[in-house]
Every structure is written in structure tokens, then in C-alpha cells.
Write a protein that binds this ligand. Sequence first.
Ligand code: ZN
Length: 407
Amino acid sequence: MVATKEPETLKHSMLNIGTLGHIDHGKTSLTRAITGVWTDKHSESIKRNMTIKLGFADAIIRLCKKCNEYTVGDSCKQCGGKPEPLMRISMLDAPGHETLMATAIAGSSVIDAILFVIAANEPCPMQQTKEHLMIINVLGIKNVIIVQTKVDIVGRDAAVEHYKQIKAFVKGSVIENAPVVPVMPNLGVNLDILLGKMAAIPVPQRDTTSEPLMYVVRSFDVNRPGADATKLVGGVIGGAVIKGTIRKEDKIEIRPGFRNEKLKKETYEPIITIITGISNGTEQIDEATPGGLVAFSTEMDPAFTKADTLVGNAVGLVGKLPPVINKLSMKYHKLARDDVPEQRIMENEPLIIGIATATTVGYVKSAKKDRLEVELKKPLSIPNNMKIAVMRNVAHRWRLTGYGQIS
Ligand code: ZN
């Protein structure tokens, strides 16, 4: 597909939209209907590593002004005319119930809005749906659209009854007044109405002037195996800018950086490199600001970036990144989960810690009241204001038990 040049205004009209909802309620097919991409393609690597990783896919919502029809396609379904681009969206998804919730908390600094998927063929709320509303309340995300799926399976009357259950369920929560849109993603029914509601979500005020900070979501070596060494292209990193502006030709620092394998202890060394190109997925741009996901081409050795090696690293201007820490001191908030038994956090207990796109194992050094001191297996460069997802091993499964903030 040939990249079409979008109007200048679209570059800053970009929303990151997360999806929440009970497993099998149709999140992935909804995301696919909107973006044409399955976002659960990383599920195997997540099962292996328990990595909290954002899946993402972009789309442009367009409007045919003649027919008042919203679409993500290049032509209007009604009249065949050319619709006007309104907003770029980046859909963020993560497979599995526990990782999805942990990702929503860890990635909350880049999530602008949520599609909350609830299927009509099961009573509302199901257990996971209840827990997702809890997460929405914790994060205080008000830009939520409730998407009622599988209405085609149950028929009209049952769908209306289910709609009433949803309204009763969200009453008194931060999303009490969220719109509920019944959608049949596979048939494309009501997708235009949902897209219209998404395009109406206000783009938050972006901080483009403070010290830039981005976290690596993906990193790759784009060279073919066995490629001519003199023609090698530098490593590529992708991520979501949290604040500030990162420009082409900027000299950047990546921390904690690469692991120095020569040393026995896990030691990381910062990487300093130059950005040679920025892509927003459809075109080359000169600068990256918050909203949406971007990929940077760099001059660094592609060996550093192969196979997502740099996921979780912070990217910023040289000398301007948050400190790299090995120990976290945080205020911990326990989540009320019905199926996770009350258990005091013990000294030396291993935890999985998720911050931004970084996931690491941590060992509890002290746990007093709501204060946790955790030693991190892998160091992280993070500012104090980020939300931290905390997972504990409960009956041989990693469960999200709470969240915290450095203090
Ligand atoms: Zn039209």
C-alpha cells in the first residue's frame, strides 16, 4: 500500500487507545476490525517469559462528509467517495487477563482512552469484567467507550436486557456515563458508530516541551541474516513518547542500555547514538511527540536491538534521563481481588514489577504496612511519578495483586 500524505494537523491528533474486557469477549476481533491486524501475535513469547508487552496497531479514522459515515478504509462504503482523515489512533492490547491488567497499569502514562469490551452472551459483570472496572477506577480513565459485543448471538431482547445490566454495573464508577455501543465486529455492524465515538474523544493536552522521555516497546535488527557488512543498517527502536519532543538527528541516550556479558554480575552500560530517521508507521516524520507509536532508525550496532533486546529501556537526550535504580521504595496499594487470597508480602519474596514497558523480577527487602522496598534484578531508568504494577506468585501463577508509586 502506498503511504498517503496526511494533513499536518493529523500528526498531533493521535490517540493511544487501550482495550480491556473479559477473555473471549471479542477484544482481538474488535481490534482487528478497526486496524486490520491481530494484536495477539506475541502471545507465545509472553507465555514463555511473562513479559508485559504492548501489542499495537495503528489506524486512521476517516469521515465521508457527504454521507456522514465514519470508516477506517480509503473509500466510503456508501458512496465510494474519498473520506477525510480525522484522527490517527494506536490500539494497544496485551494478551491474557493478568498481563492485560498489569500492562494497563504499567502503561497508564501512554493510555489516553479505553475500549471496554463486554459480551452480551454472558451475564454482566463476569469476574474479569469486574476486575477491569476496578483497574479503570484505579487509573481514573474517564475516556472510556463500552463496546457491547456478541449481540448477534443473543438477539435483540436479550441484548437490551444485557445493556441494562451494564448500566447497573457501571453506576457509581468513573465511567457511569460512558457510551455503550453494540458492535458486531465481524460483520462490520455499528463499527462506523463506534469509530465516530472514538473520533470524538478529546485529544489530551500534550507536553511537548519538557525533557523528552520514551520507553522502548519493540526493538529490531532490520538487516537480513548474512547481509553485506558494509551495507548494514543501524538498530531500530519503537515506542511511545511520554513527554517532550524527540527529533531526527538528535543525539540520544538509552538506559540502562546493553548488558555487558563480560562481567559476571548483571551490569548495563548506557548506549549513546544518533537518530537517523523517524517513522510513525505510514510515513517518515521529523519529530516525535506524545500520542501514537513511533520507530527510530539509529546509528547503533543492530546487535543491541535484535529480538526486542532493548524493551523497557528509557530513551531521552544525553544526560537527561531519570536515574537508573536497582532498588525501589514504593507506596503499595493492594487491589481487592476476590480470587486472590489475602497473604502478607514476605521478605525475599520474588515479585514481577512492571513499569512503563519494562518488566523485571524484584525481591522484597522489606514490607511494612503499605511500604515496599524491592531490589530489582534488572536496573531501570524511571521517574518517580510512574505507576508500578506488582505481580505475586500465588499458587504457582503470577497474579496482579497491587500497584504502587515510587516515594
Ligand atoms: Zn460517502
